[in-house]
Design a protein around this ligand. Structure first.
Ligand code: COA
Length: 254
């Protein structure tokens, strides 16, 4: 049914696994669209009580948007990628079924943004978070400039976004970016147990909690502004240098 994700029903729990382990589950356009389709399907069928998104393997949740895919994009292609990806991230955020990010390693760039579109983030001890897009000559393009500040506050968000620092799971816990940290072995079971406990809570009320809380943080203008600023950068030298440096496995010179 899907090429780049797997999806597995486990009773009232649905487990979606990003399945590009050799590329650290980097989010290419096809993979993001597959997540969107699956979130739509699960909300339409409305048979599970919670959705878990995780990455294949023990190293990465997702190490960002697929740099090799977008390195050759022009402004129009970048705008399309950011807009369409953003629609999927909003589908996750607006899912009436709670979505938990089981963060099992690197969650960088688009990977960190994907966790932030989820309602709950639970991390394994080896998880690492960051928005390193400035290394590529870009701001984040999947809502990172908006949601990071919403979740951890403007000061810490700007610190992470400007410095491209990578934080560990304990720091993410301290920042409130994740709600708990467990061993990698316990990660999926912890997420499943969380969902199994929801069996005694009203799904309609949970869906309304999600929609009402989202209302407070609704920021369509901010998200559109980010798409515009992100795609504009694709015309600049810094973007070319940043992406070529990544592909050539060297430090960029700005
Ligand atoms: N896009 C495309 N490919 C990626 C990727 C990404 N975001 N992140 C990792 N990969 C690929 C690497 O190119 C490599 O592929 P190769 O084996 O064909 O060379 C493979 O995944 C393994 O990654 P590698 O860099 O060799 O692993 P590492 O342990 O040395 O480093 C990271 C891990 C996460 C620090 C490093 O991969 C990295 O910095 N990734 C990019 C992070 C980023 O900038 N994300 C934001 C994108 S918007």
């Amino acid at each position: 049914m899907y090429n780049l994700i797997t999806t597995e029903n486990q009773g009232i729990v649905q487990l979606i696994t990003l399945n590009r382990e050799d590329k650290l589950n980097a989010l290419n356009i096809e993979l993001i669209q597959e997540i969107g389709k699956e979130i739509d399907r699960l909300n339409h069928e409305n048979t599970v009580r919670g959705i878990i998104i995780t990455g294949k393997g023990n190293k990465a949740f997702a190490a960002g948007a697929d740099i090799t895919e977008f390195a050759g994009f022009n402004k129009i292609e970048a705008e399309k990628m950011s807009t369409n990806g953003g629609i999927v991230f909003q589908k996750i955020e607006q899912s009436r079924i709670p979505v938990i990010a089981a963060v099992n390693g690197f969650a960088l760039g688009g990977g960190c943004e994907l966790t932030m579109a989820c309602h709950i983030r639970i991390a394994s001890e080896n998880a690492k978070f960051g928005q390193p897009e400035v290394n590529l000559g870009l701001p984040p393009g999947y809502g990172g400039t908006q949601r990071l500040a919403q979740i951890i506050g403007k000061g810490r968000a700007l610190d992470m976004l400007i410095s491209a620092k990578i934080i560990d799971a304990q720091t993410a816990l301290h920042y409130g970016l994740v709600t708990s940290v467990v061993t990698i072995e316990e990660l999926l079971n912890t997420c499943k147990t969380y969902i199994e406990k929801l069996i005694h809570k009203s799904p309609v009320a949970i869906a309304e909690v999600i929609s009402c809380t989202n209302k407070l943080f609704e920021n369509t203008e901010g998200l559109k502004f980010e798409v515009d600023r992100f795609s504009d950068c694709f015309q600049l030298r810094d973007f070319k240098e940043g992406t070529v440096a990544f592909i050539e496995k060297r430090k960029p010179h700005f």
